[in-house]
Design a protein around this ligand. Sequence first.
Ligand code: MLT
Ligand code: ZN
Length: 471
Amino acid sequence: MTISHIILDQLRAIVGPAGYLDQPADVAPFTVDHRQLYRGSTPLVMRPDSTAQVSAILKLCNEQRVGVVPVGGNTSYCGGATPDADGSQVVVSLSRLKKIRHVDPLNFALTAEAGCVLAEVQAAANAVDRLFPLSLGSEGSCQLGGNLSTNAGGTAVLRYGMMRDLVLGLEVVLPDGRILDGLQSLRKDNTGYDLDDLFLGAEGTLGIITAASCKLFSQPGSRVTAFVAVPEPQAAVNLLARLRSATSDAVVTFELVPRLALEFVLQHVPSTSDPLDQPYDWYVLMEINGGRRDHALRDAMEAELSLAMEQGEICNAAIAESEAQREALWRLRETIPEAQNRAGASIKHDISITTSDLPRFMHEGTRAVLAVCPNARMVTYGHLGDGNLHFNVSPPLGMQAGPFLALTETINRAVHDLVAQFGGSISAEHGIGKLKRDELKRYKSPVALDLMRTIKQAIDPNGIMNKGKVV
Ligand code: MLT
Ligand code: ZN
């Protein structure tokens, strides 16, 4: 169903000439997702610059039954912000809602609008000697609204939690245009259902988050970063437990890296080099931070690593001696997705299970993938500390992308069935979008799905919000 010219003109009038894009070349970037899995179409990209404009847009779209697709930095891995191909939806980009409304170092809180780039939110916290801990590879382009709507994870979840855990309150425009103002920065508020929680991770299917009040933390006084070689994943799990215990939970980052991922990075990403003198099968990038500006933390970590080395639980370690070295170690981890892309086709999974079960899952999962595609190359990396791995698969050497990608569904089935057997999740941090909607139907319990549909129907009875995503 195409949208009438009259409605499109009314929408343009709400935002004025600077607030929309309707020329094909300008609209084009909003019709394809980050991974180029989906291509959609839209006659209009709206760029409101106030919550009142977002409210007017949704009110009109709801009255006229026009579909709306909200978009932030367009870095979704699951096609969560791409319109359908039939041109029946308008896109609402939040990128002009980019004010940091309030920074409150005394209350360790900050209120920012949805279009703020994550790095800008981090910088606003830094400027008052506070920390906004959410950290991900795309932080230079992803936006707070997208982080909230997808409940983003990243590399500091172990210590600080996911986006959901960092929210004090939300401002949300409901599908009928009403504004739910919950921006107070209260730490405690036990007055019934947690309405904010409904919109976090809803991927724009229940309304548009326009601003959030977020938790800030103290800047760490000291920080130690190391790249550690381990003989096998079980050793990494053991090391995590002993480091958490030895540092009273000061471990912020604990990321598993297999040799093949490091090789992809060394081969495809400029200015990278192997920090250790010989190759090892598995590595962990770890970072520990603490409140005191002294060597106690580093001493504790070095003592644990020495002990682990004596016991054969680690093979080797490089500890960053400067900020430049720290950045170089981080680059080896953060550029893995980009390096794997450059290396060719890949089939990605974003699974979570109990951390202590991960080694057994990896063993059985690898066997299941190889049964479907012999000699496939496993690139299993990621947030071991959160029980969340990107259980990614690259094709066997010499196999063309086409025949390999034709195995996607069979490989997904093998991996996700195993995840279900382990009581895990098929989407730990990337969300559902279009990509995993059918998988969600298959693996989520019927009671949970029924509740999700009831909530969707109650809040968006006309089904205008981000149709075709999640539920
Ligand atoms: C990561 O941890 O690097 C991201 O979640 C992206 C990915 O799955 O590759
Ligand atoms: Zn990740």
